[in-house]
Design a protein around this ligand. Structure first.
Ligand SMILES: C[S@@+](CC[C@H](N)C(=O)[O-])C[C@H]1O[C@@H](n2cnc3c(N)ncnc32)[C@H](O)[C@@H]1O
Ligand code: SF4
Length: 389
C-alpha cells in the first residue's frame, strides 16, 4: 500500500472529519505494537528494540488515539488484532492496562475474535491467563521453525524447546484457537527439515497454521546478505516446499483458505478474511493503515513521534489517500484470488481472454460462479493476479 502524500499533522487531522457516525460501524480494528526484544535480520515490519522506559507512555498513547476516534467514528468491532512487532513484549501490567482500556472505551458486545501475536520468548503463564481473562481468544505464535540451527540463522530469541513450552503454556491458559507462524525457503533449509517442522507442528494440533515463504525484504540485513551472495534462495526449492506444505497440511485436516493460511474447519481468521474481502478497518498505533470508505490513511511510522503527537492532542496521521473504485476493485481481485473462494466471474469479465488462457494452462479453475487458482496456479499467484489486472 503506497501513500503518496504526507500532509502536516494539522491537515492530516482532516482525514478523520469525513465520518460523522452516519456510515456503517467499523467492524475490524488493528493495533500495532512495535516493540521487539531482538530484531530479526529478515523482518521489514515497523518495529524497534524494546525500550522499557518508553512502553508505558506508548500504551497511554494507544488509548488516547482510540479516544480520538470514538469521537468521530462509530466503532463496534467484531475482530481486533494486536500485531507488531511483538505485543507480548509488553509487561503483563501494561497489557492489562491496554486491554482494560479497550473494554472501557469501545463497545465490544459484537466482538467474536480477539487475536494477539506472541513471540515464544515473551510468553508466560501469568501473561497468557491475563490475556485469556480479558477476552483475547486467539493467539498467533511466531515459531518459524522447529529446527534450532535454522532458528539461529533467523536470529530468533528463542529455541524450539522454548517455543513448544510457550505453546503448551497458551493451551493450559485456555486458548482453544492458536495459530503457529512458520517460514520456509530459509537459507540452507532442506525438504527433510521442512517436513519435520510441518510434522512437529501437526503433532501439537494448533487450529491454524500460517506458512510463509521467506521474502528478502528491502532494508533488511537478509536483503543485503542475499544481494552479496552470502545467502542463497532457489525458486525450485521454494516451489517444492510450498507443494509439500499444501499436501502435508491438507492431509492432516487443515484447509488452505488462503495461499499462506491453513485452518481446521471453523478456525479461519475472521480478521484476515475481512481484509481480503475489502471491508473497512481501523488501524491504531505507529505505522498502522486504516481504510474507511474511499479513504486510506497511515499513522506516522515512528513510535516516539506517534506518542508525542497523540498525547499532545494532535493527529498521528502522516498521509492520506483517496481511493478510486478502480483501485478498490484491483485490490479486491488480487486479494480474493489468493483465497479458497476465489473471485466472481463477473469481476473478471473485462479480462476474459486472459482467464480462458489461464484455464487452458491449468492455472485457474471455475466453480460455483467463481474463478480460483489451481494448485499450479497458487505457485504463480502473483504473476496470475498481475496479468488479470
Ligand atoms: C509480526 S511477526 C509475528 C510476531 C512476532 N513478532 C514474532 O516474530 O514471533 C509476523 C510473521 O510474519 C512472518 N514474517 C516476518 N518477516 C518475514 C519475511 N521476511 N518473509 C516471510 N515471512 C515473514 C513470520 O512468520 C512472523 O511470525
Ligand atoms: S519477526 Fe517478529 S520478533 Fe522478529 S523483528 Fe519482526 S516483528 Fe520482531
Amino acid at each position: 500500500m503506497i501513500l503518496n502524500s504526507r500532509p502536516p499533522a494539522s491537515a492530516a487531522a482532516d482525514a478523520l472529519q469525513f465520518n460523522d457516525k452516519t456510515t456503517d460501524p467499523i467492524r475490524h480494528v488493528y493495533v500495532h505494537i512495535p516493540f521487539c526484544a531482538r530484531i530479526c535480520p529478515y523482518c521489514a515490519f515497523y518495529k524497534d528494540l524494546l525500550d522499557r522506559s518508553q512502553t508505558e507512555r506508548f500504551c497511554k498513547a494507544i488509548l488516547r488515539e482510540i479516544e480520538q476516534h470514538v469521537l468521530k467514528l462509530d466503532i463496534a468491532p467484531r475482530t481486533i488484532f494486536f500485531g507488531g512487532g511483538t505485543p507480548t513484549a509488553l509487561t503483563t501490567a501494561q497489557l492489562q492496562f491496554l486491554l482494560d482500556g479497550f473494554h472501557q472505551r469501545l463497545d465490544l458486545s459484537a466482538l467474536s475474535e480477539w487475536t494477539i501475536e506472541a513471540n515464544p520468548g515473551s510468553v508466560s503463564a501469568r501473561k497468557a491467563t491475563l490475556l485469556r481473562n480479558l477476552g483475547v481468544n486467539r493467539i498467533s505464535l511466531g515459531v518459524q521453525s522447529w529446527n534450532d540451527d535454522l532458528l539461529k540463522i533467523l536470529g530468533r530469541e528463542h529455541d524450539a524447546n522454548q517455543a513448544e513450552k510457550s505453546f503448551q503454556v497458551l493451551r493450559h491458559a485456555g486458548f482453544a484457537n492458536i495459530n503457529v507462524d512458520l517460514m520456509f525457503g530459509l537459507p540452507t533449509q532442506t525438504a527433510v527439515q521442512w517436513k519435520a517442522t510441518l510434522e512437529k507442528t501437526i503433532a501439537l494440533m494448533p487450529e491454524h497454521v500460517s506458512a510463509y515463504c521467506l521474502t528478502y525484504e528491502e532494508d533488511t540485513e537478509f536483503f543485503l546478505r542475499h544481494a552479496r551472495g552470502e545467502l542463497r534462495s532457489n525458486a525450485d526449492t521454494e516451489a517444492e516446499l510450498f507443494e509439500m506444505t499444501m499436501s502435508i497440511l491438507e492431509e492432516a485436516g487443515y484447509q488452505q483458505y488462503e495461499i499462506s493460511n491453513y485452518a481446521r474447519p471453523g478456525f479461519s481468521s475472521a480478521h484476515n478474511r475481512a481484509y481480503w474481502a475489502g471491508e473497512d478497518y481501523l488501524g491504531i498505533g505507529p505505522s498502522a493503515f486504516s481504510t474507511v470508505g474511499m479513504r486510506r490513511w497511515q499513522n506516522v511510522p515512528d513510535y516516539r513521534a506517534y506518542a508525542g503527537r497523540v498525547l499532545s492532542g494532535q493527529s498521528p496521521i502522516s498521509g492520506t489517500e483517496e481511493l478510486t473504485a478502480r483501485m478498490k476493485d484491483t485490490e479486491k481481485i488480487s486479494l480474493s484470488l489468493r483465497t479458497r473462494e476465489g473471485i466472481s466471474v463477473e469481476s473478471l469479465a473485462s479480462s476474459s481472454d486472459q482467464t480462458l488462457e489461464f484455464i487452458a494452462l491449468g492455472l485457474l479453475q471455475q466453480s460455483n460462479g467463481n474463478f480460483m487458482l489451481t494448485r499450479a496456479g497458487k505457485l504463480l499467484a502473483d504473476s496470475v493476479a498481475e496479468a488479470l489486472l
